[in-house]
Each structure stands twice: as structure tokens, then as C-alpha cells.
Design a protein around this ligand. Structure first.
Ligand SMILES: [Ca+2]
Ligand SMILES: [Ca+2]
Ligand SMILES: [Ca+2]
Ligand SMILES: [Ca+2]
Ligand SMILES: [Zn+2]
Length: 583
């Protein structure tokens, strides 16, 4: 009997790990597979496997530890043969800052897998790997991801950091979570038969309930999320984990709890976030960033609050160029402005990356529930708005049919009776954890591929500065006029306009030197037909500059002496160039 129980226990664990193919315990190999979701441990294993397969191109680091002491990994891709990391534009990608938004990590893994496995086989990817340095943190909220898989949850629960908080001020911390009463790994809904209830059975689909009209007889009362009153205070599920929202706790435009819910005690009080911020601060070359979330199908850009004012118009041009292309790469996704089109947030990661690092940043809101279709192809879809049509009765009926006929019934639990200690005879049922914000695994490949392609498009548009010495003219026995052009045929400038305007970090440097050579004067050439130059008054041998996207900037110098003139360009984000000219 004991042995039988043990066998049943083992069998249950195995079943839990492999339910519906959402997560597999098979050995993880390169190339990685994207027909299932990776648990936190499997993400770590996947990163180790990638690093082991490509030791020359990758670096695997633990950048910090979480509240529950889990390791936060970053995988860096850089080809040392084409230069050291910091001498190249940096591309930053992360995901799963909200614990429940798990497919964000699969996008990160897919992106890494694509760059590494296609390196040397695919011309475009080979060029991209050689050009930039890539910093990828697939799981920001490591505790969140772990608990999302191991604990019973809804598709929206378990977002925050594991910092216990007494939400109801009863002296107890996180004492009344929702409870998985039927032991199926999901937190579903509870309802009770009640002639005075506000809901009745939907005549079109008995699994759904619709509101009764005034005067109509009710049938059901909704009792909220599955659970009991754990601490016996008369309320059910009133104090679950946290809440510190890891995307409201960054060190720019932070606001306290009474302004911004989930803010935490002070900026970067999340210990894992602090580790990530330190990691990022050591990469001043980062010029583009993607942070993936779910859901809604959006590429959001900042600012996250109206009071920050508008972005510099030239930066908007850059974001528009990338964002509008992203809309085409990922059909249905929209390129939007955070505060204006969605809502305001303080202490947002995107603002941190934009303003402190000077990077162009997108928040990728993955997944559109409107892709879960079961309908006549003739039916109009023009008015569909993914953000707002999510919960209408019509939408729920369609979603259930999609569940029945396309997702093999894996997204929804039929209502089942349960004897509740407080409410008596009730029913438990509804959408499961792996529904609603996540694609069924059969759609995962498409989601990760297209979103990784959007990042790849941006990675192609990091600055590529070239230097041309387009004139060396003797104007006197010992005096030469030297004209230098810095050209960039990619969308991103060598430094963002915002960073220049706010003096966020030093501009690029153009420096001339040489033995026996003196730089008499120098400055930006604004009109080379009329010889108009903005001369720099002091130290003309060092010029501070910015190379625009899809453009150029030109300089003119008067140089005395003979010999080798050394011309150096140095940018924090766009690399270094060194040339020599014989005078
Ligand atoms: Ca409490
Ligand atoms: Ca349950
Ligand atoms: Ca309670
Ligand atoms: Ca509870
Ligand atoms: Zn999110």
C-alpha cells in the first residue's frame, strides 16, 4: 500500500510536469525547441546549453539574486574577433519582469537561439552578430516565473516580487492566498446557485454566465477566485504575495506607493532589479532595448507619464521608423505611446533605459487574444480591438469554441461541484492558468519568431559610423586643410538626441593628433560650398559630435606641420575608428 502511494505520488509529479506539453522535462539541446514553455530551471539549463555550444561567442553571468535567492542570468553574445563588447553598439533584451508573463522569456531564448545557431550559416545573422554586442536577460522576475509554474495560479496572478507585505494590516504577512481547492494546479473561479444572484446561465453556452436584466430571476452568485479564508478573518483570499511591481521600482521618475501602486519602498529596492541595473550601468554601449511582457499586441514607447513632455522630434523619427516596421513584422501589433495610448506608470523600466542609459526602448506586449479564433472567415474583424474586446460575452463564446475545437479543451475547466467550508455547496471552474494571456503552444513558434524578428530589425539599425577623409589640401607650404566626414547609413544616431539635449553622457569625440603636427583650428563644416565652419574656440584638435541616423556630419581642420596625422573617432555607443593620413 505504501509503495503504491509512493508510485502514485511519483506519477503525479511526472504528470504535472508534462501536462498538455506546456513544459517538458526532456533533455534540452541546441537548437532549442519552441513547442512548449520552459520552467525557470529549464530556462537556466537552456542558457547553459547555449553557452556550452558557443563558448567563443557567449558569456553567461549571474547578474543578481532574487528575494528568494534565485539566480538571475544574463547571456551576452559578442564575437571577440570583431572587437570587444564595449566597442560595439549594445542591444539589450529582457522578459518576464512580471512573473506570469512567461512567453516573454521564450522570445528571449528564441532570439539567442537564432543568433547563435544561424551564425556562420545565414549572411544577415552573421553580419549582425559580428556588428553588435547583445545582452539578454530572459527572466527578470525569477521567483515569479518559478512560482507561476510550481504553484496554482490564474493567468494574471503572481506578477510581483516576493517581498511579503501586510496588505490588510492585520499583522500577518501574505497569510491568505487563493487556494487550489480541487488540486488541479489552477486558480479558477467559484460560483454558487442563488435565486437572488446577479447572473444566469448563458443560453448559448451553459459554461458561461450573463448578467440578469432588472426584474429577471437570477441563478448564480459569483464568489471570486478559488480559495478559502485561511486565517479565519471572515474574508477570502485578501492577502497574497507582495505587492511590489518590478516594473514600477526603477530609478527614474519613481513615485511612492500613494502615487504609484506597487512602487516598493524606494527605487531599486527589489534586490534582483538592483543587480540588473548594475549590470546595465556597466554597458554604456546599449543603444536599443526591448522589454517583453504580455499581453495585448503592442510595441510601446515612452514616455510613461505625460509630465515628462514629448521626446525630441528627431528621436521620435527613429522610434517611428523602428516601431512602424515592427507593426509590419508582427501583424496586428500596434506601435503606441505608453502614457497616451495605455496608462501612466512611474518608475518604469523603459523610462530608466531611455533616460539613464540613453537607449531607444520598446516594451513588447506579446499575444493578442483575438488570434484565438473560431469563426466564419466572412465575419468582419475590422472593429476588433484586442485590448477591449477581451471579456465580452460574444468573445467568451468564441474563445470557448476555440478551446473546444482548436486547443483540445486544454484552456478551460468545466464547472464542478465542491463543498466549501464557508459557502457550502459551490462550483469551481473557468479559464486555467495557461490560458488568456498565453498562446497555446501550437502558436508559440509564430509568436517568438516574429517578435525576435522585430528585435533583429532594430539590431540592424544600430549606428554604423564610417569615416572618410574627403579632402587633404595644401594651402600653404606648411599648412593643410583637412576635411573629414562621418557617415551613418542606419536609422539610429550615434547618440540619442535626448541624451545630447540633457547632457546625459559625453558626446562622441573626433580627435586629431600627430608628431610635429599642430591643429590650428577646427570645427563642424556646415556648408562645404561656402566654406562655412563653426569653429571651436579652445582645443580645436578635439571635437564633440553626434552622427545622425541616415546622415552625415563633416568637420574641417587647418593643420600645420608634416608627417602622419592620426584621426580618431570614439563613441560610447557607435564604436571607434582610427585613421592615418600623410601630410
Ligand atoms: Ca495580512
Ligand atoms: Ca484549482
Ligand atoms: Ca482571510
Ligand atoms: Ca485563501
Ligand atoms: Zn507586464
Amino acid at each position: 500500500m505504501k509503495k503504491l502511494l509512493k508510485n502514485i505520488a511519483i506519477l503525479t509529479v511526472v504528470l504535472l510536469l508534462s501536462v498538455n506539453g506546456y513544459s517538458q522535462s526532456d533533455d534540452i539541446k541546441v537548437p532549442l525547441r519552441f513547442d512548449h514553455y520552459y520552467t525557470y530551471d529549464q530556462v537556466v539549463q537552456a542558457l547553459k546549453v547555449l553557452h556550452k555550444a558557443y563558448p567563443d561567442l557567449t558569456k553567461l553571468e549571474v547578474v543578481g539574486k532574487s528575494e528568494e535567492n534565485r539566480e538571475i542570468y544574463a547571456l551576452t553574445i559578442n564575437n571577440p574577433k570583431t572587437g570587444e563588447e564595449l566597442s560595439k553598439p549594445g542591444v539589450y533584451v529582457d522578459g518576464n519582469i512580471h512573473g506570469n508573463e512567461i512567453q516573454a522569456s521564450e522570445v528571449c531564448l528564441y532570439f539567442l537561439n537564432t543568433l547563435l545557431t544561424k551564425y556562420g550559416n545565414n549572411e544577415k545573422i552573421t553580419k549582425l552578430v559580428d556588428k553588435n554586442a547583445y545582452y539578454v536577460i530572459p527572466v527578470v522576475n525569477v521567483d515569479g516565473r518559478c512560482h507561476f509554474f510550481t504553484d496554482a495560479n490564474t493567468s494574471s496572478s503572481n506578477r510581483g516580487l516576493r517581498r511579503p507585505k501586510d496588505d490588510d494590516r492585520d499583522g500577518l504577512f501574505d497569510e491568505d492566498f487563493p487556494d487550489d481547492l480541487d488540486g488541479d494546479g489552477n486558480i479558477c473561479r467559484m460560483r454558487k446557485k442563488d435565486p437572488f444572484g446577479k447572473y444566469k446561465t448563458d443560453p448559448e453556452d451553459p459554461r458561461l454566465m450573463i448578467r440578469v436584466k432588472p426584474g429577471e430571476k437570477g441563478e448564480w452568485t459569483r464568489l471570486g477566485q478559488e480559495g478559502i479564508d485561511n486565517d479565519g478573518d471572515g474574508r477570502v483570499n485578501e492577502d497574497s504575495e507582495g505587492y511590489v511591481d518590478p516594473n514600477r521600482n526603477w530609478g527614474f521618475n519613481w513615485a511612492p506607493q500613494y502615487v504609484q501602486g506597487g512602487a516598493g519602498d524606494y527605487p531599486l529596492s527589489g534586490v534582483g532589479l538592483k543587480g540588473i541595473a548594475d549590470f546595465i550601468m556597466q554597458k554604456p554601449n546599449i543603444i536599443i532595448g526591448y522589454a517583453f511582457h504580455n499581453s495585448g499586441g503592442m510595441f510601446l514607447r515612452g514616455p510613461s507619464t505625460k509630465s515628462q513632455g514629448k521626446f525630441h522630434p528627431k528621436d521620435i523619427e527613429v522610434m517611428d521608423y523602428l516601431g512602424k516596421n515592427n507593426e509590419k513584422i508582427v501583424p496586428g501589433y500596434r506601435y503606441l505611446i505608453s502614457w497616451k495610448d495605455l496608462y501612466s506608470t512611474y518608475g518604469d523600466f523603459g523610462d530608466f533605459l531611455d533616460n539613464i542609459i540613453g537607449a531607444y526602448t520598446f516594451v513588447g506586449e506579446l499575444f493578442m487574444s483575438s488570434t484565438e479564433t473560431y469563426r466564419d472567415p466572412e465575419q468582419k474583424t475590422e472593429e476588433e480591438d484586442d485590448m477591449f474586446r477581451g471579456s465580452s460575452n460574444e468573445r467568451n463564446r468564441e474563445k470557448l469554441k476555440y478551446n473546444d475545437h482548436v486547443a483540445m479543451g486544454e484552456l478551460y475547466k468545466e464547472w464542478k461541484e465542491y463543498d466549501h467550508p464557508t459557502y457550502g455547496k459551490i462550483e469551481i471552474g473557468g479559464w486555467v492558468k495557461m490560458s488568456s494571456r498565453l498562446p497555446h503552444p501550437f502558436m508559440l513558434q509564430d509568436l517568438v519568431h516574429r517578435n525576435a524578428s522585430a528585435v533583429i530589425f532594430s539590431a540592424e539599425q544600430t549606428p554604423e559610423v564610417e569615416m572618410e577623409v574627403f579632402e587633404v589640401k595644401k594651402i600653404d607650404k606648411n599648412l593643410s586643410r583637412v576635411r573629414i566626414r562621418l557617415v551613418n547609413d542606419k536609422a539610429m544616431p550615434s547618440i540619442s538626441y535626448h541624451s545630447v539635449q540633457k547632457k546625459a553622457y559625453p558626446k562622441d569625440i573626433l580627435k586629431l593628433s600627430g608628431q610635429g603636427i599642430k591643429i590650428i583650428s577646427g570645427g563642424q563644416l556646415t556648408d562645404n560650398y561656402r566654406d562655412k565652419v563653426n569653429y571651436k574656440e579652445y582645443k580645436p584638435e578635439v571635437q564633440f559630435c553626434q552622427v545622425p541616423g541616415f546622415g552625415k556630419v563633416e568637420y574641417q581642420f587647418l593643420v600645420s606641420g608634416k608627417g602622419n596625422l592620426v584621426i580618431e573617432y570614439e563613441s560610447m555607443k557607435a564604436g571607434k575608428i582610427k585613421k592615418q593620413v600623410k601630410l
